[in-house]
Write a protein that binds this ligand. Structure first.
Ligand code: SF4
Length: 384
């Protein structure tokens, strides 16, 4: 018997619908440069052929808009655009896609004096004019600073939830209901808590589920299953994405992993009736979080570096330490702040941080040895 589904409202995204009891849609995102039209079209077609109901691309600059225009003309797949930090592109992008994703925490980068409500209204107006859905995409690494400031530093879920609810209220005031929400964290249990609490308060809003920066397979798939399996079994979730650190050519693995989770939920392999186990708030062993890469990756060596870091750190598998590995200098600095050791990749160099404090910049051929030194130092300190 298919699992029970929460009675969310139906939201149309091009040729598909999410919510309202429709089958859960699996989606993914291009890791190709948005300006590389050939590569984007090839990746979109591969993901769609593997079962992606929606494929997302990132757009930040006017040249990305031009590229998306060319991509739009060459594919029939349902496209979503990630506005990243440049909400001002919404009006130009909306005619080219079926869904716009904006991040409430990224509305501050342009025109800081302008109220965020006005910026959201501009996005909503573009969506209405061009027949688009919207996703309010809240992410643990880039939560609205105003919301972050209202909660204790160790409360990760509260600020995400407050931000999402605030934006739902605004969209409601604007009379716009064609939207879904995501609350993503790199910690599977926080994803469960955030989505359970959101679903309890806004049961009619469709949810897009995912664990952000889940890492490399197989660990990244395991983390995602830990979060999405129980939620889906409870009826929470209308569309999912498995975010894995993979080269662009292997991104279809995200769709395969997502489809397998749905098969397992339908087969009852996640027990919705079981009492939720109190989750550990800290990782029990070495926890590597790494971003899935996107158009912003500045050096292809990022994926290989993430793999080498995983291999190099295997000797510390039992240490309760989190290492974050990020692919760009835009989100990398912020999204490595909470990790014990953070690495974010620029075009030619790699930046290393310890507990949010910068330790320096190293060559791609130097960073592994320096990271090992810091890891050994951290282990020795914690044991002393
Ligand atoms: S950290 Fe940068 S490269 Fe990685 S997914 Fe986020 S925006 Fe893309």
């Amino acid at each position: 018997m298919p699992p029970r589904r929460n009675p969310t409202r139906e939201v149309t995204i091009g040729s598909i619908m999410i919510g309202g009891g429709q089958p859960v849609v699996v989606q993914s995102m291009c890791a190709t440069k948005t300006t590389d039209v050939e590569a984007c079209v090839a990746q979109i077609e591969a993901l769609a052929a593997a079962g992606a109901g929606v494929v997302r691309l990132a757009a930040d600059r006017p040249e990305d808009v031009e590229a998306l225009r060319a991509v739009h003309d060459r594919t029939g797949a349902n496209l979503a655009v990630d506005l990243q930090e440049n909400y001002r592109l919404a009006e130009e992008l909306a005619p080219l896609v079926q869904k716009i994703r904006y991040n409430p925490g990224h509305l501050y980068h342009f025109e800081r004096q302008r109220p965020w409500q006005d910026k959201v209204k501009e996005i909503v107006d573009a969506a209405v004019r061009h027949d688009c859905a919207i996703r309010i995409g809240v992410n643990c690494g880039s939560v609205d600073p105003a919301k972050r400031a209202q909660f204790d530093a160790d409360d990760h879920v509260g600020p995400m939830l407050a931000s999402a609810l605030e934006h739902c209220a605004l969209l409601g005031d604007l009379g716009f209901t064609r939207y879904c929400v995501s609350l993503k964290d790199s910690h599977p249990f926080r994803v469960i808590e955030a989505n359970r609490r959101f679903a309890a308060q806004q049961p009619e809003v469709p949810l897009h589920l995912g664990v952000t920066e889940a890492g490399m397979p197989p660990e990244g798939v395991t983390k995602t299953r830990m979060a999405l399996g129980p939620l889906l079994a409870e009826g929470i979730g209308d569309t999912i994405r498995v975010s894995l650190t993979l080269p662009a050519a292997e991104k279809v693995q995200e769709i395969e992993a997502g489809r397998q989770i749905l098969v397992d939920v339908a087969a009852g392999r996640f027990d919705a009736s079981a009492e939720p186990v109190m989750p550990p708030t800290e990782p029990q062993g070495l926890n590597i979080i790494s971003c899935p890469s996107c158009a912003r990756v500045e050096n292809e060596a990022f994926i290989d570096l993430a793999r080498r870091i995983r291999d190099m750190t295997r000797y510390a598998a039992d240490e309760p330490i989190t290492i974050a590995v990020m692919g760009c200098r835009v989100n990398g600095p912020g999204e490595t702040d909470d990790a014990d050791l953070g690495v974010w990749c620029g075009p030619k160099t790699v930046h290393l941080k310890r507990s949010g404090e910068p330790l320096g910049t190293f060559g791609y051929d130097e960073i592994l040895a320096r990271l090992k030194t810091e890891l050994d130092r951290l282990i020795a300190q914690r044991r002393s």
